[in-house]
Design a protein around this ligand. Structure first.
Ligand code: GLY
Length: 395
């Protein structure tokens, strides 16, 4: 009897000590690391275009730079705005302004695809939030109008990849597109037309209906008939197969529906955000960093995706503040802190290997590109999550 009581106490103690803990000092240490890495990257950016850091391939140390047209072009200015927010350093403000302005042409030309939110809201949107510069606001409003031109009222969603209509056989909508709705919601509340919010709402509701299977796992792409708007099929592009759980796709869903609940206060989005979260959390490995696709048969030898972990950590910190069930809210917060702890370990931080923040993201596995790489969007959501955690801790 005595032994079993002792065993139980030890188990409880072990359980408590394995709970990830984070205080402001710990978060500040990680943010200082990010600032130091970004300062090193700033010294490496070329004087001529392309000059926006996108990725460092596995085992390498050199950034690959892209220009404003690349879908990832908004993450680097976004990282610099977050660093300015945390440090108030003038150098970060100037560089964030410089790299944001490079993207201006996207607000003045026809839409290439749905990625305008990733590009323009992370850059100019964060810039306006932090400085109130009316020039930035005008760029975001114009970009939102450009994004809205991709909306198909019959299907009820935005066309994600205009250049792939033939390949997929119709109006295609990808789960990543959920993130770009944030810019439309913001624009409609800040001087843009009401129809921008209507489009975002229609997109989120239609996606909720058509993109997920009965277990709340998202498909990457849903194809609709361009003329009738009828759903044709659900297929993958960056995942393992049409029915697998592609890690970043699921993380876009978690982030997207949490954000749409914030923006609309519609309870169905909060319920749905929890459903898509719970299936992801249930299937995570113990260290909380997903393999690039949860159904890869090579697990545990498959590559990880730190970017999906960073997106999810950031989303869960927000979701934990909305969920009424206290046990559930605590679970989301604890899991998010655990993800950030692992990402901040020597296993995931780039440290002296390269000047990104994180290693081990997977971009496009079926294409064989950016596998086990440092990728700028992982860094963006990592620093966003750290800032969100800091705000929760100083409350
Ligand atoms: N939006 C493209 C990706 O998540 O890889």
């Amino acid at each position: 009897m005595k032994i079993s009581v002792l065993f139980l106490s030890l188990l409880i103690l072990w359980g408590c000590s394995s709970e990830p803990e984070a205080d402001v000092a710990w978060v500040d240490t990680q943010l200082q690391y990010c600032a130091a890495q970004a300062e090193k990257t700033l010294k490496l950016v070329p004087d001529s275009i392309p000059d926006i850091p996108r990725n460092v391939n596995s085992g390498g140390s050199q950034w690959r730079f892209v220009d404003y047209k690349d879908w990832t072009s908004g993450f680097w200015p976004g990282v610099l705005w977050y660093l300015y927010e945390d440090t108030q350093k003038e150098e970060f403000r100037q560089q964030a302004d410089r790299f944001s302005r490079e993207l201006t042409p996207l607000s003045e030309q026809p839409a290439y695809d749905h990625d305008l939110g990733f590009q323009m809201f992370n850059s100019f949107g964060n810039g306006y939030r932090l400085t109130g510069n009316p020039e930035y606001k005008s760029v975001v409003l114009k970009s939102s109008d450009v994004l809205a031109t991709l909306f198909n009222a019959k299907a009820g969603t935005i066309l994600s990849w205009p250049r792939e209509v033939q390949k997929f056989g119709g109006h295609n909508t990808i789960i990543d597109n959920m993130i770009n709705l944030e810019m439309l919601m913001w624009a409609s509340k800040n001087g843009g037309e009401k129809k921008l919010a209507d489009i975002a709402l229609s997109h989120a509701e239609t996606t909720m209906k058509n993109q997920f299977n009965e277990a709340f796992v998202t498909g990457h792409v849903v194809v609709y008939d361009t003329l009738t708007g009828k759903k044709i099929k659900r297929v993958t592009h960056q995942g393992l197969n049409d029915n697998s759980m592609w890690a970043r796709g699921q993380s876009w869903a978690i982030y997207g529906y949490t954000m749409m609940y914030r923006e609309t206060q519609k309870p169905e989005f909060l319920v749905f955000a929890q459903k898509v979260t719970d299936v992801y959390l249930k299937r995570l490995p113990e260290d909380l960093i997903p393999y690039w696709d949860f159904d890869d048969t090579h697990i545990p030898d498959a590559p990880r995706d730190a970017s999906a972990a960073a997106v999810t950590a950031s989303a869960l910190l927000e979701l934990s503040a909305y969920v009424k069930d206290q046990a559930k809210a605590a679970e989301y917060k604890t899991k998010a802190i655990g993800m950030l702890k692992e990402l901040s370990s020597e296993r995931y931080q780039s440290r002296d290997k390269n000047t990104a923040f994180l290693l081990h993201s997977t971009g496009h596995h079926p294409n064989g590109t950016e596998i086990d790489a440092s990728i700028i969007y992982a860094d963006y959501y990592y620093i966003e999550a750290l800032l969100r955690l800091k705000r929760l801790l100083v409350k």
